[in-house]
Design a protein around this ligand. Structure first.
Ligand code: SF4
Length: 334
């Protein structure tokens, strides 16, 4: 395991880093020395979905390069105003699978809890960029109704903490929630969907690792990493620590035009992930959310990339290429 070093910026706690996100296009442009002629469009588009990115993620971007694959994921663009046919604010029809606030129940045997209503980074292609988080922000009392829902349905064996980013909340709240879930006898697994191990690796503290690895529920952490440049030494060390503590680590990524729609990039991503002890799980076709059409990759191109990966990698490094169709009983393989 690579020992985790403490560079100067890491002397900050993860909470400090989370409270000092880059949230203004001016700051991002100045920080990366970007061409100012694109600033006004970025400022307008940030009103559709605010800019938000960690300093740690920005450190992995190449200054002056508007096409940097990490920058493209967070930079607001004027084309987000284009109304694209077939795109909507709720592409997965989650409003119809939101039986009580804080719960999304789509598939048999597992249920998703909106465990936090904010993220450390705003991905411009996020299918929840229009999600009514305000209506799903729960007090402890409201949590009781969500937990009752899980308690009353004995077919549920796995709870997925999602959001927002479930690891954006503090350990105390997370520990309380895990304790409530552990007390539900039919639950077997706790799955956490989080981008924080990648965009804010300092979040992976010894206390968090201990909390997750000592649960009676089998812990599965699904990270979200789209490009090999995202896996720097700090991310690598944080993920290795989680693996060392016994967590199952999987990755899901979104196929994004101009970010990771080249075979060499996807092959390098799988290899970087495996070095960090993470298995590639899903490559998702873009969910058709309004404002993100410029990221779309065609199904034919996705199939071609999948075939290319099969030819270049061992089977365990080739993720499943899937798309999500609203109201289907599972994700649909391409
Ligand atoms: S971290 Fe996940 S939930 Fe948050 S904006 Fe990105 S894709 Fe969406």
């Amino acid at each position: 395991m690579i020992p985790r070093t403490l560079p100067t910026w890491q002397l900050k706690s993860w909470q400090d880093e989370l409270s000092q996100l880059i949230q203004s296009p001016e700051d991002l442009f100045a920080r990366l020395n970007l061409d100012p002629q694109h600033l006004a469009a970025a400022q307008r588009a940030a009103q559709l979905f605010p800019l938000r990115v960690t300093d740690s993620f920005v450190r992995r971007m190449q200054p002056g390069n508007l096409d940097d694959p990490l920058l493209r994921q967070v930079l607001p663009l004027g084309c987000e105003f284009d109304e694209a046919i077939g795109y909507s604010n709720d592409p997965l029809g989650e409003a119809q699978t939101n039986p009580v606030p804080g719960i999304v129940h789509k598939y048999h045997g597992r249920v998703l809890l909106i465990a936090a209503t904010h993220c450390a980074i705003h991905c411009r292609y996020c299918f929840r960029r229009h999600f009514p988080y305000a209506q799903n922000h729960l007090s402890r009392e409201q949590w009781a109704a969500s937990l009752d829902y899980v308690r009353c349905d004995t077919s549920i064996s796995e709870v997925i903490l999602s959001g927002g980013d479930p690891l954006a909340q503090g350990d105390k709240q997370l520990a309380w929630l895990i304790e409530q879930l552990e007390a539900i006898p039919h639950l077997q697994r706790l799955r956490i969907h989080s981008r924080l191990p990648v965009v804010l690796p300092s979040r992976i503290t010894p206390e968090l690792v201990s909390l997750l690895s000592h649960s009676r529920l089998q812990p599965v952490l699904v990270i979200h990493c789209n490009h090999p440049q995202e896996v720097d030494e700090e991310v690598l060390a944080a993920l290795q620590e989680l693996k060392h503590a016994g967590l199952t680590l999987l990755n899901q990524c979104v196929l994004l035009r101009g970010v990771n729609d080249e075979l060499a990039t996807l092959v390098a991503l799988s290899e970087s992930l495996f070095r960090a002890q993470v298995l590639p799980y899903y490559v998702h076709l873009l969910d058709k959310v309004q404002g993100a059409a410029h990221f779309a990759v065609t199904e034919d191109r996705a199939r071609e990339l999948h075939q290319g990966m099969l030819a270049k990698l061992p089977g365990y490094l080739v993720p499943r290429f899937v798309k999500e169709i609203s109201q289907e009983a599972s994700k649909t393989p391409l």
